[in-house]
Design a protein around this ligand. Structure first.
Ligand SMILES: [Ca+2]
Length: 415
């Protein structure tokens, strides 16, 4: 869909919601109005919607988190979630019960800093390693993005190991990156440029990079700059601004990344070992308040994004839909939008054409992360404190169109 058509659709959506009636379009039923600052309450069928003919319900599993950043599915069915202030929580999705994990490190919870991602060893629980990234205090007001792991025993983290500390630490509260991904026995980690764009182009620094490790934090010998003099040997790709989404493409196995642009120019990139993604030499964005950055939008030797957003939506986490109950979404990318407050869905045609859809827009949630669960459903984490699951909406289309089932179920189960 073209950008203009998109804007028109978005405007129509607002009209529909404002008038509180359903038409046969993206939205099948009016949802309870949710103020921008309000957390959707725990309950079923809070919201009913459709995207590309796929009807789904949005169910709030918990509404009791504080500035959550990421989550990971434990093999026993529970979910681990990070809160940016420095807490790790265990959630029983069946009951909504939350318990705190003890033994967390000190984090710098200021600016954009704090506790970021959580990832499990691919063979978890044997070994029971839990990997975390966070803004680590480095003295004299400086901080940096750190990777560490500890063993989870019961509700405690023990045997801490610091695996990697991004160099250099800076006196800045922005652009930490901090996303983790296990893929093909490697561990990938993003680091932002900490507000100093030029450092993203320097191979002797970890800032503005995607890094690649073995699961024990050591460096693979086939990393692209392993033998480059003066280069940081962990670097996998460079020229990134603030990459905060990482996912493995379900059919190609490639690693894809989302990164925040400046004013305009958020990007979705397909990573190739050793490639330069251009920041701040090339960008589709501009300075805040206007003004050119760098040399333009393209340059030889610098990779182009698969997709970019002007204006910015403020991209958060990234997850691919690998297939399951939402068959029509198989292979699509789902991206959390923070500033633009929706779940962004990208569908890819064989010829490379990208079509964009905006889901959950009327809930006005700052979506920090999105992942497919082991049950095949899609889980969405909102900075307002909610973990939301998308389920297929079953039942007659006519009932959906009238909205009665969704509204009644939502009203009944809201606290
Ligand atoms: Ca770029």
């Amino acid at each position: 869909m073209g950008r203009r058509l998109w804007l028109l659709s978005a405007a129509l959506l607002v009209l529909v919601l404002g008038a509180s009636f359903a038409i046969d379009g993206e939205i099948r039923a009016p949802s309870p109005p949710t103020a921008a600052s309000e957390t959707p309450k725990r309950g079923r069928a809070l919201h009913r919607e459709s995207s590309s003919g796929v009807d789904f319900l949005a169910t709030t599993i918990t509404d009791e988190l504080e500035k959550p950043w990421s989550f990971a599915f434990l093999p026993d069915g529970d979910i681990l979630l990070t809160e940016r202030a420095g807490a790790l929580k265990r959630l029983d999705p069946k009951t909504g019960a939350l318990s705190a994990i003890s033994g967390l490190p000190d984090v710098v919870f200021a600016g954009q800093g704090g506790l970021f991602d959580v990832a499990l060893h691919p063979a978890f629980p044997d070994p029971a390693w839990v990997y975390l990234t966070y803004a680590a205090p480095m003295g004299e007001g400086r901080s940096t993005t750190r990777l560490a792991r500890a063993r989870l025993g019961g509700d405690a983290l023990e045997q801490w190991e610091i695996l990697y500390t991004a160099e250099p630490a800076r006196n800045s509260g922005v652009h930490y990156g901090g996303r983790l991904l296990f893929a093909d026995e490697h561990l990938y980690m993003t680091v932002g440029e900490r507000g100093a764009g030029d450092l993203a182009q320097r191979l002797d620094m970890d800032l503005g990079k995607v890094l690649r490790f073995r699961s024990d934090g050591t460096l693979p010998e086939d990393n692209p700059f392993a033998t480059t003099p003066d280069a940081r040997k962990a670097v996998f790709t460079y020229g990134h601004r603030n990459p905060q989404g990482l996912a493995r493409h379900p059919s190609t196995g490639e690693i894809w990344v989302t990164e925040h642009g400046p004013q305009g120019g958020d990007e979705l990139n397909r990573l190739e070992a050793g490639a330069n993604y251009g920041w701040p030499v090339i960008t589709y964005g501009e300075k805040y308040g206007g003004g050119r950055i760098g040399e333009g939008t393209a340059k030889a030797g610098m990779a182009q994004p698969v997709h970019y957003y002007v204006p910015s939506i403020a991209t958060g986490g990234l997850g691919f839909y690998r297939g399951g109950p939402f068959a029509a979404w198989k292979g699509d990318a789902f991206i959390g939008a923070l500033r633009d407050r929706h779940l962004n869905r990208l569908a890819f045609a064989p010829d490379g054409k990208v079509t964009e859809y905006r889901l959950l827009a009327d809930l006005r949630l700052r979506i920090r992360d999105v992942k497919q669960g082991p049950d095949g459903l899609l889980y969405v984490l909102a900075e307002q404190g909610a973990l939301i699951r998308l389920d297929p909406a079953v039942g007659p289309r006519e009932a959906l169109r009238q909205g009665s089932a969704g509204i009644n179920a939502g009203a009944r189960l809201r606290r």
